[in-house]
Design a protein around this ligand. Structure first.
Ligand code: ADE
Length: 340
């Protein structure tokens, strides 16, 4: 394959750099296939800093696939709180049940067949925990490699991922975990996603074609970006006799099955009309939450309802219960301060 020998020669300096510069992250000590799977699922679309806080706590409560398999889904979701994209927690729970029954998969294909495990995660876990030469190629790795080769292929589709995965697979050293993580590390602290890369600190500065041409910022090349959908939402924190109304989201779609404050599209106005008529409005506040494909622009309403007043919610819960027992998505975080 074109470029294979150049890339192979670039692996040793990268590994050397990684050993000297890697961050001390909780999932890099005492790694098992199960803990690697937990870490990689948590790290999907989530910042390292956010995962750092939750990873150890999750593993203290669910130290093995068996212990996770036996847990209640509600409890698993509670331990996922704040990480967002809760379908990952459900998938991890389901994966743990498969692993508890059948053992941990020993191949990329076996990992890929677990719920919630895509090409990237299968590649990461197989190379990090099973010693297999399977790359994990995401936007960070594509940024690094398109710069290294000054390669102008568009990175949005599957094509560039397939191409660079095949190329990387051919140059894996025996230290498979180190190469996978070295690439992640380079993408996180040197060849960074936002802003100019720190080429002065890069082990590839003498090899990287984009850098040698002074054209780092021209790579990667992107196709058209799809705009996120914007949704206006009214969210109601309704207090009645010291308890708050919660609803369970439907079992499909965004944030499926999680608990939330009653809400509706702002244009609907039905619930808003009902609250203004029956309750006492104490405060309002605007907040925004950005998901991958949608952004919510929310107006929060804090209102008290008279004792006998029935709302169309699923449960009434105290502030303490909401904080300790119900997994409320981070999207509603701005309104949690109203609970007292
Ligand atoms: N992002 C995804 N997986 C990671 C890992 N194992 N270490 C650091 N960042 C990551």
């Amino acid at each position: 394959m074109d470029g294979r020998e150049e890339l192979r020669a670039a692996v040793p300096p990268l590994l050397e750099w990684f050993r000297r510069n890697k961050r001390d992250l909780p999932w890099r000590t005492q790694r098992t296939p199960y803990t690697a799977l937990v870490a990689e699922l948590m790290l999907q679309q989530t910042r390292v800093e956010a995962v750092k806080d939750r990873y150890n706590e999750f593993l203290r409560r669910f130290p093995t696939a068996e212990s996770l398999a036996e847990a209640d889904e509600e409890e698993v979701l509670k331990y996922w709180e704040g990480l967002g994209y809760y379908s990952r927690a459900r998938n991890l729970h389901a994966a743990a049940q498969i692993i508890a029954r059948e053992g941990f998969p020993q191949t990329w294909v076996g990992l890929r067949s677990l719920p919630g495990v895509g090409d990237y995660t299968a590649g990461a876990v197989a190379s990090i925990a099973l010693g297999l030469p399977t790359p994990a190629v995401d936007g960070n790795v594509l940024r690094i490699l398109t710069r290294f080769f000054a390669d102008g292929r568009k990175i949005d589709g599957q094509g560039a991922k397939t191409y660079f995965s095949a190329l990387l697979a051919e140059v894996y050293p025996p230290e498979t975990a180190d190469l996978t993580e070295a690439l992640m590390e380079l993408g996180a602290i040197v060849c960074v996603p936002n802003g100019p890369p720190a080429c002065g600190a890069c082990p590839w500065s003498g090899l990287c074609k984009a850098h040698l041409m002074g054209r780092e910022e021209d790579f990667p090349v992107r196709g058209e970006k799809r705009a996120r959908k914007r949704e206006e939402l009214d969210v109601f924190v309704l207090r009645r006799d010291g308890l708050y109304a919660l609803c369970k989201r439907p079992g499909k779609g965004l944030l499926a099955g999680l608990w939330e404050f009653p809400n509706e599209p702002s244009a609907e106005g039905k619930l808003r009309g009902w609250v203004l008529k029956n309750g006492d409005l104490l405060a309002t506040e605007r907040a925004k939450h950005v998901f991958t494909h949608v952004e919510w622009h929310m107006t929060g309403y804090l209102a008290t309802l008279p004792s006998a007043c029935a709302a169309e919610n699923d449960v009434w819960a105290s502030a303490e219960e909401i904080r300790s027992r119900y997994a409320i998505p981070s999207a509603f975080k701005a309104f949690m301060k109203w609970l007292e």
